[in-house]
Design a protein around this ligand. Structure first.
Ligand code: SAH
Ligand code: SF4
Ligand code: F3S
Length: 437
């Protein structure tokens, strides 16, 4: 197979995968390849997610579809599988799908070398979990959109009984303070106005005695950086320092994604979540006391093994008690190698369907309620891209709502708007005074 000249990276899964996908693209560009469409590229990198069975199976159907399309056009692209499926399944993917390269989420700095090896005729694999070595070997960030991701923490030590992340991403590790500040500076130089700090447990980030709130307070002083966000947080790592930062730091946006998964203490214990319903609710009380307008977001799993109707009802009542601005909810998916996969009393699929539907009805109701409650408020919107209509631009409110508005402002501008209309998934804003960012 000849060495590829063009490439395409397709990322699935969480924001950390999006970040990794961007870094892989930068790496291949620095190696002399040019970006192309998935159906035309010599090299296609599928940056995969293993979190639920559906996500994993998608990889294999995608590979099939890519191959079929290429064959019809007389081409044979090199296929690389990266990300969490690569880590979990390793050489199995080469055996099952005859792909050329398999590279794990902590090893992708070796992608150019693996591609060369594959071009020379041998399938290439690197699934080392040596934490953090990749960051030193990636090129500097050069061009990014107004809202950029920055991974500061990797891996997870929590071992929730349903979850593959501790196995696919390895142990919790934090990048060094100075390296993060340097990358943030490069991102601002490359066009970022907002940075979202990423980690599987981002609030577990630490460097010596410094915690995430210290990092946020430092980035707050970075000229040209107007907004800071962070995700995903674990309730047990949410410190008073971080809560105080929500009170004091103006550039820290009033939004918190704090997954709870379930509302029953029995289920939370079986999930190994190490927080209770009550400790979670009390934590939210403290955050709301510090930042009353904070928008809350969460993740939920329905149908964890053994979940009864009464226990599911406790999830619904927790949702009622919190009033989430938005949330993600999933049917439990048994994952190979996790303790929950072999637990007794797996819940029937139709019961899960029913519970998911009822939960989503409640979450949608609350999302619309939250959006409606923000009507009439004035706030800044960071313009992220053009809308479909002439003169229409799309951006985000401080509470992470999508806002569309008619404006002369450009991508990257911060515009002062009044929120005037709420749909199910977005709002419209009326420009007040436009200001250059
Ligand atoms: N580190 C984050 C979440 C990472 S995974 C945290 O703990 O909050 C994102 C979400 O996927 C989880 O919050 C959970 O809701 C969901 N998830 C993880 N494993 C799952 C499984 N086996 N089945 C269904 N949903 C799952
Ligand atoms: Fe998975 Fe739990 Fe770790 Fe989140 S905290 S990544 S759900 S093991
Ligand atoms: Fe998926 Fe891996 Fe992220 S399993 S959710 S891509 S950490």
């Amino acid at each position: 197979m000849p060495a590829p000249k063009t490439f395409h990276v397709k990322s699935f899964g969480c924001q950390m995968n999006v970040y990794d996908g961007e870094r892989m693209a930068e790496l291949m560009t620095a190696d002399g390849l040019t970006l192309a469409d998935a159906n035309a590229a010599d090299l296609v990198v599928l940056n995969t997610c293993h979190i639920r069975e559906k996500a994993t199976e998608k990889v294999y159907s995608d590979i099939g579809r890519l191959r079929k399309h290429a064959r019809q056009h007389g081409r044979e692209p090199m296929i690389a599988v990266a990300g969490c499926v690569a880590q979990a399944e390793g050489a199995e993917i080469i055996a099952r799908a005859k792909v050329d390269v398999v590279v794990g989420p902590q090893a992708y700095h070796t992608l150019p070398a693996l591609v060369r090896q594959a071009a020379a005729g041998a399938p290439a694999l690197d699934t080392d979990l040596l934490a953090l070595t990749k960051f030193d070997q990636l090129p500097t960030r050069r061009r990014v959109g107004p809202s950029a991701f920055l991974t500061v923490q990797e891996g997870c030590d929590k071992f929730c009984t349903y979850c593959v992340v501790p196995y696919t991403r390895g142990a919790e590790v934090s990048r060094a303070f100075d390296a993060i500040v340097e990358e943030a500076r490069a991102l601002v130089d490359a066009g970022a106005r907002e940075i979202t700090l990423l980690g599987q447990n981002v609030n577990a980030w630490a460097d010596g005695t410094r915690g995430l709130h210290d990092l946020i307070r430092t980035l707050d002083r970075l000229p040209g950086l107007h907004r800071i966000r962070y995700t995903t947080s674990h309730p047990n790592d949410l410190t008073q320092g971080l809560i105080d930062a929500h009170r004091d730091v103006e550039s820290l946006m009033p939004f918190l994604h704090l997954p709870v998964q379930a509302g029953s203490d029995r289920v939370l214990r079986a999930m190994n979540r190490s927080h209770t319903r009550d400790s979670y609710l009390r934590l939210l009380d403290r955050i709301r006391a510090a930042r009353p307008d904070i928008a809350l977001s969460g993740d939920f799993i329905v149908g964890f093994p053994g979940e009864t109707e009464a226990e599911f009802a406790e999830t619904l009542s927790l949702v009622d008690a919190v009033g989430y601005a938005q949330a993600f909810s999933f049917k439990y998916s048994p994952r190979p190698g996790t303790p929950a996969a072999t637990m007794a009393d797996q819940v029937a699929p139709e019961v899960m369907d029913d519970r998911l539907q009822r939960l989503q009805t409640a979450l949608n109701r609350d999302q619309q309620g939250f959006n409606a409650a923000t009507l009439g408020r004035s706030c800044t919107v960071l313009i992220e891209r053009r809308g479909k209509l002439p003169g229409q631009m799309l951006g985000k409110s401080p509470w992470l709502q999508s806002v569309h508005l008619l404006t002369d402002a450009q991508v990257g501008d911060l515009v002062e708007v009044e929120l005037v209309q709420a749909g199910p998934n977005s709002l419209s804003g009326l420009e007040r005074i436009s200001q250059a960012a």
